[in-house]
Write a protein that binds this ligand. Structure first.
Ligand code: PLP
Length: 393
């Protein structure tokens, strides 16, 4: 028996374990400390009533012989795919039902999609980045190139014509930086991908946080993207499904390579290796798209938006450079006084008892930056920012 040798090449992910250890050490030495965590990427608002009621109804249905649902369609139930189709249509993006696949979240499909592509491909990943893109490709032994995201390009790298890439990752609104591509930015990536015969894996997990109407929620708002892109989306941050698990992936029928339909390959992959998302969960996800559901999830997102506003105002008052927070739940700030990411972490923990995430944990370009998230409790977020403002005085 031989193992996949590429698992040896994975770097240990120390980021969140190191944060947890340093916070534990601090609280042991300072048991009275009132620590506020603005580092978490998980949501805190509960599922909205429309979702819970739909899941309750579906559970009751399952308790009766005539309403029982066993194995469902691997690509998801028609009722949910139709609701997603309507959601895209409202923004002018026409999708066929067969182009929509229900998943148990964006993370699984982002990893699983790589089944379709050869290990010989060169992958282009922005730096800093959501670590899943890098690790899933390292596991398959693919060559990885990095596109520098930095203060000069507003943490939104554009394609470099001399770089040859086959698989390109874009995440907008971005985790960890909160930066959001404009339509023109995405057009440049689509042009580049079409020219290179590359595929863009577009992560739209935070699209629901966009408030500026001029910014694209989906790469398919850009003409030509249907020939070069796959989009991953999730109910996790949109509707608090991080523990409930549901997402969707759009694989256009027009996307082809080597005479093969990527949509047909994905269907084949899913029907072979995946048995679908629970009926009860898909009914809950369907309720997100009802007028009531939309109003309720927007209310929860509104809480995070208000947190982000409070954070952005405090950082602006302190004269700290940052990006994000306006159309995204993440704020990415430059560590003041030339501190490194971990120095900033230790400084905020010991002087303000505020925990964030060191930017260096997301790639080399993250060094000297720091991520704060707006997913916390509003009162604690306000308190944390007041502590930072007080520190700066
Ligand atoms: N994509 C990005 C950019 C994320 O930040 C996350 C979660 O934090 C995910 C995908 C995973 O989403 P899901 O919960 O749907 O697997």
């Amino acid at each position: 028996m031989k193992l996949n040798p590429h698992y040896r090449e994975l770097e240990e992910s120390y980021l969140f374990t190191t944060i947890a250890r340093r916070v534990a050490e601090y609280t042991k030495a300072h048991p009275q400390a009132n620590i506020i965590r603005l580092g978490i990427g998980d949501v805190t608002q509960p599922l909205c009533p429309a979702v819970v009621e739909a899941m309750e109804r579906a559970t009751l249905e399952m308790s009766q012989a005539q309403g029982f649902h066993g194995y469902g369609p691997e690509q998801g139930y028609g009722f949910l795919r139709e609701a997603i189709q309507g959601y895209y249509a409202a923004r002018g993006v026409k999708l066929a039902m067969e182009e929509i696949f229900i998943s148990d979240g964006a993370k699984s499909d982002l990893g699983n999609m790589l089944d379709l592509f050869s290990a010989d491909n060169t992958v282009l990943v922005p730096d800093p980045v959501y670590p899943v893109y890098v690790d899933t490709n390292r596991m398959a032994g693919r060559r990885i190139l990095f596109a520098d995201a930095n203060q000069q390009n507003g943490f939104l790298p554009l394609p470099q014509p001399e770089v040859q890439a086959d698989i390109i990752y874009l995440c907008s609104p971005n985790n960890p930086t909160g930066a959001v591509y404009t339509r023109e930015g995405l057009e440049k990536w689509v042009e580049y991908a079409l020219r290179q015969h590359a595929v863009i894996l577009f992560d739209a997990a935070y699209e629901a946080f966009i408030v500026d109407d001029s910014l694209p929620h989906s790469i398919f708002e850009v003409p030509g993207a249907e020939k070069c892109a796959i989009e991953f989306c999730s109910f996790s941050k949109t509707a608090g499904f991080t523990g409930t698990r549901c997402g969707y992936t759009v694989v256009p029928r027009a996307l082809e390579a080597e005479g093969m339909s990527i949509n047909a390959m994905w269907l084949r992959r899913q029907t072979t290796k995946f048995n679908g998302v629970p009926y009860v969960v898909q009914r809950g996800a369907e309720a997100v798209f009802t007028p009531q559901g939309q109003q309720q999830v927007q209310k929860a997102i509104g809480v995070y938006r208000q947190n982000a506003r409070v954070m952005a105002e405090a950082l602006s008052r302190m004269g700290i450079w940052f990006v994000g927070g306006e159309n995204s739940p993440y704020l990415w700030l430059k560590c003041p006084g030339g501190m490194s990411s971990w120095e900033c972490f230790d400084y905020l923990l010991s002087h303000a008892q505020v925990v964030g995430t060191p930017g260096s944990g997301f790639g080399k370009n993250g060094e000297g930056y720091f991520r704060l998230t707006a997913f916390g409790n509003p009162e604690q977020t306000r308190q944390a920012m007041q502590r930072l403002v007080d520190l700066g005085q």
